[in-house]
Every structure is written in structure tokens, then in C-alpha cells.
Design a protein around this ligand. Structure first.
Ligand SMILES: Cc1cc2nc3c(=O)[nH]c(=O)nc-3n(C[C@H](O)[C@H](O)[C@H](O)COP(=O)(O)O)c2cc1C
Length: 237
């Protein structure tokens, strides 16, 4: 149960097959000037976000992590099935086990499994098989996608657009963490099967990413990357 919950929340159950139940929705319209100011500020703030791979071991406020996960959990999802689980790992021993398993896989990957094309794509990022961020960062958020859900009678029901839904939720999570003053890395050790085993997750869940979260280390550096300009990513018709 989230610590900041004041009113007893309405318990969510799958909508599957229930009739359409509309409620009014009339959010206050933001004046255009205010909207422009918000958009410009947000654009600047988001441009400051960088993937951090060297973390301080300083602790972070747990409630900020839970609030960021709550933001992610407001994401749109296919048929509103919300096919995600966020495992918040603070226990140093569990983080150590995750690091050990990730480094085992990453060593095989960097030693050749990835292939020259992939390794060439990674070279400008300066990454390697050592994943100190998993034990330096004070928390890991491990995101799982739920491929299906189980009805009360044990029937498997498919979830729709799982990759897209979880990808959007993770984007919102990274934005929420950044805007709350924390640094993060989305890490996708491949393969990631070990995460389900280490974290004892059920069979319908598949690991999507491990996200170390914390503050950048004092000697933190990031690769000198250039983002595409707006005219390279936008097409207006
Ligand atoms: C789906 C996805 C998987 C990623 N996996 C890794 C990873 O396994 N290890 C890593 O160091 N960075 C990973 N990254 C981070 C990217 O390398 C990083 O976002 C990119 O280089 C741009 O840098 P920036 O986030 O600082 O703008 C991943 C990013 C995404 C979106």
C-alpha cells in the first residue's frame, strides 16, 4: 500500500467484458500563454535529462521513488489492462545478486554474443560488462511486463499492446524521476530471464528493464551525445 494514500483507494479489478460506464470529464482549460510557458520550461528540463551510469551511494527519499512509480502507473495502456509490475529493490543483498547475474550475461554479450554491429553501436557510450551502478545506486526499479492475466478459474487472458504500454509507462517513470531531481539509467541486460528468478515473480511476468536510481556520483561523466534537432524528428503536414 503506498504510504501517501489518504483515502482508501478503490480496488482495481479487470474490466474485461463489463459494460461501458461513462463519467463526465471537464478539466479546466489552461490559457494558451500559460501553456506555452509550461511547455518551454518542460522542454528545457527534459533536455537536461541524461542517462547516468556512475551513481553516488547516497540514499534517496523512498517516497519520491513511490511517487514516480505512481506517475508511471497512470500511463495509458492497451484496453486499460495496465500490464506492468514495478519491483522496487532496496535490499543490498538482492541488488548484489542482480548485479552478479547481469554481469555474467553482459560478459558473454560483450565478449561476442552481441556481434560487431551492435558493439559498434554501443562504443560511443563507453559501456562494458561491469555494472557497478546496480550496487552503487541505492535503489533499482525492475519493470516487468505482464504478458497475460489469470481469471479466477485459472483461464489465461491475453493482454493487448503490452510492449507499447510498458514502454510508455517507463518513459513516464524516467520523466517523473528526472523532474523529481533523481538520476536513472534504463538498463536492459540481455537475456533478462534471471530477474524473474531472483525476484521470484510469477510466470506471466517478463522482465522489461532494470532501472538503477539515485544521485550522480561526484565524478560522474556522460558521453558527449547530440540529440536530433526538432526539424529532424518532426514532420508537419
Ligand atoms: C530500451 C532502452 C534500453 C537501454 N539499455 C541500456 C543498457 O542496457 N545499458 C546502458 O548503459 N544504457 C542503456 N540505455 C540507455 C541509452 O544508451 C541512452 O538512453 C542513450 O545513449 C541516450 O543517452 P541519454 O539517455 O543520456 O540521452 C537504454 C535505453 C533504452 C531506451
Amino acid at each position: 500500500m503506498p504510504e501517501n494514500t489518504t483515502d482508501a483507494p478503490q480496488q482495481w479489478t479487470p474490466l474485461h467484458g463489463t459494460p461501458y460506464r461513462p463519467v463526465p470529464y471537464h478539466p479546466e482549460r489552461m490559457p494558451a500563454e500559460e501553456s506555452l510557458a509550461h511547455a518551454e520550461r518542460l522542454r528545457q528540463r527534459m533536455d537536461e535529462r541524461r542517462t547516468v551510469r556512475r551513481f553516488s551511494t547516497d540514499p534517496v527519499p523512498g517516497q519520491v521513488l513511490r511517487d514516480a512509480i505512481a506517475c508511471a502507473a497512470t500511463a495509458p495502456s492497451g484496453a486499460h489492462q495496465q500490464p506492468w509490475t514495478f519491483v522496487l529493490v532496496k535490499d543490498p543483498e538482492v541488488r548484489r545478486r542482480i548485479r552478479e547475474a547481469a554481469e555474467h550475461e553482459e560478459k558473454i554479450s560483450y565478449d561476442g554474443r552481441l556481434g560487431e554491429e551492435w558493439l559498434a553501436a554501443l562504443r560511443p557510450l563507453g559501456t562494458d560488462a561491469v555494472k557497478a551502478h546496480m550496487t552503487d545506486a541505492p535503489a533499482l526499479i525492475v519493470v516487468f511486463q505482464q504478458r497475460y492475466w489469470l481469471g479466477e478459474d485459472g483461464t489465461r487472458h491475453k493482454h493487448y499492446y503490452v510492449d507499447e504500454s510498458v514502454g510508455i509507462a517507463v518513459g513516464m517513470l524516467l520523466s517523473a524521476l528526472h523532474l523529481s531531481g533523481l538520476a536513472a539509467l534504463i538498463h536492459t541486460p540481455s537475456p533478462m530471464r534471471f530477474l524473474r528468478e531472483v525476484l521470484d515473480r510469477p510466470e506471466n511476468e517478463k522482465a522489461f528493464a532494470v532501472i538503477p536510481v539515485g544521485y550522480p556520483a561526484e565524478d560522474c561523466e556522460v558521453p558527449d551525445l547530440v540529440r536530433k534537432s526538432l526539424d529532424q524528428v518532426i514532420v508537419e503536414v
